[in-house]
Design a protein around this ligand. Structure first.
Ligand code: ATP
Length: 315
C-alpha cells in the first residue's frame, strides 16, 4: 500500500455456502482506490459488487486475500478492532443500514465521533446538516425522513467525521433525478474539497459518469477498469458491450462454483455469530437455476445496536 492508496484489496476471494451450493462471489480481485478519488463499481446483478464493498469496508471477511484501509491491514483484526476502524475511518452511505433508528438526524451525525470519545461541536453538526440541505430536519428520526433525506444525513455524517473512505451502495437507487444529482454533488464534494475517497456501487450510468473511474465486475472478477472521464452514454455502451461479449453471463455456473475448495473462514454461520451480516435488500436472489437465501439483517445494524446501547449510557 502506498500513501496515496486508501483502500487496497489484494487477491481477494469471497465465497458463500458450501458443497453444491458453494458460490464464489469474488474470485481473486486485486484493486486499489487512491486517496481523493471517486470510483464507481458497476456490473451485472450478482457480479460481486456488494461483496467487494463489504469486504473492502471490513463488513465481511474474505476467504482469501488481504484488505487494507487507510494503512491498516484488516485481515487479522479482532471484531472489536474492526468495528472501531469502521467507525473511525469509514463512512457508509448504505440504504439498508445508514442510521440508528432511535436517534435524531443530529445525533446520527454526531454518532461516530461520540463513539470515538469525541464530542463534536453542536454548531459543526448543524453546519454539516445545513450543507446537505437538512436544516429543518435536525430533530427528525430516520422513520420521519425520506430515503433521500436519510442518504443526506449519512453524507453529513461523513462530512463531520471525515472518514478516509466513504462506501456508498446504490446511493441514488431509490431517488428521483433531482435528489440523485444532489446526493452525487455531495459525494463529489467529499472528494474534490476534502480529498476523501469515495467508492460507490451503482447500476446507473448517469451516477457512474460523476466518478473519476469506473471498475466493472463480472463473475466476481474485474472485467474493465476505466480511468478517463466518461459520459453516461459511453458507460452504458461499455456495460452493454461487456454483457454482449458474454462477460457476466455465466453467473454462478459450475465455472465459478468450487465445491472442492476448503471452506471459507467467514462462513455464514460464523458471520452470524460475529454479527456480520448482509443488508436487508439482499434477502433472496433468484438465479436461473439456483435460489440463494440471503441473510436478512445488516452488518452494521448489529454494530449499531451495540453502539446504541453504549450511547444510552453516555448521551
Ligand atoms: N449471504 C449470501 N449467501 C449466499 N450467497 C450470497 C450471499 N451474498 C451474496 N451472495 C451471492 O454472491 C453473488 C454476488 O453477490 P453480490 O451481492 O456481491 O452481487 P452484486 O453484484 O452486488 O448484485 P446486485 O447488483 O444484484 O446487488 C451473488 O450471486 C449472490 O447471490
Amino acid at each position: 500500500m502506498t500513501t496515496t492508496q486508501t483502500v487496497v484489496l489484494d487477491e481477494v476471494r469471497a465465497a458463500y455456502g458450501d458443497g453444491e451450493r458453494r458460490l464464489v462471489a469474488l474470485d481473486g480481485v486485486s484493486v486499489a482506490f487512491e486517496r481523493g478519488t471517486f470510483t464507481a463499481v458497476m456490473g451485472p446483478s450478482g457480479s460481486g459488487k456488494s461483496t467487494l464493498l463489504h469486504c473492502a469496508a471490513g463488513l465481511e471477511r474474505p476467504a482469501e486475500g488481504s484488505v487494507a484501509v487507510d494503512g491498516v491491514v484488516l485481515d487479522d483484526l479482532s471484531e472489536d478492532d474492526l468495528t472501531r476502524l469502521r467507525r473511525d475511518r469509514i463512512g457508509f452511505v448504505f440504504q439498508a443500514f445508514n442510521l440508528v433508528s432511535a436517534l435524531t438526524a443530529e445525533q446520527n451525525v454526531s454518532l461516530p465521533m461520540r463513539l470515538a470519545g469525541r464530542r463534536p461541536r453542536a454548531a459543526d453538526v448543524v453546519a454539516a446538516l445545513a450543507a446537505v440541505g437538512l436544516t429543518d430536519r435536525l430533530r427528525h428520526r430516520p422513520s420521519e425522513l425520506s430515503g433521500g433525506e436519510q442518504q443526506r444525513v449519512a453524507i453529513a455524517r461523513a462530512l463531520i467525521s471525515r472518514p478516509a473512505v466513504v462506501f456508498a451502495d446504490e446511493p441514488t437507487g431509490a431517488l428521483d433525478s433531482v435528489t440523485s444529482r444532489h446526493v452525487l454533488d455531495l459525494l463529489r464534494a467529499l472528494v474534490d474539497e476534502h480529498r476523501q475517497t469515495v467508492v460507490m456501487v451503482t447500476h446507473d450510468p448517469v451516477a457512474a459518469a460523476r466518478a473519476d473511474r469506473v471498475v466493472f465486475l463480472a463473475d466476481g472478477r474485474i472485467a474493465d477498469d476505466i480511468r478517463q472521464a466518461q459520459t453516461a452514454e459511453d458507460i452504458a455502451a461499455r456495460t452493454t458491450h461487456l454483457e454482449k461479449s458474454g462477460v457476466g453471463n455465466t453467473v454462478h455456473s459450475g465455472a465459478t462454483t468450487r465445491p472442492d475448495e476448503p471452506e471459507a473462514p467467514a462462513s455464514v454461520s460464523q458471520r452470524e455469530e460475529t454479527g456480520v451480516r448482509r443488508s436487508a435488500h439482499h434477502d433472496s436472489v433468484r438465479r436461473s437455476d439456483h435460489t440463494y437465501e440471503r441473510e436478512e439483517t445488516s452488518p452494521d445494524r448489529a454494530a449499531n445496536r451495540q453502539d446504541a446501547d453504549h450511547l444510552e449510557e453516555s448521551w
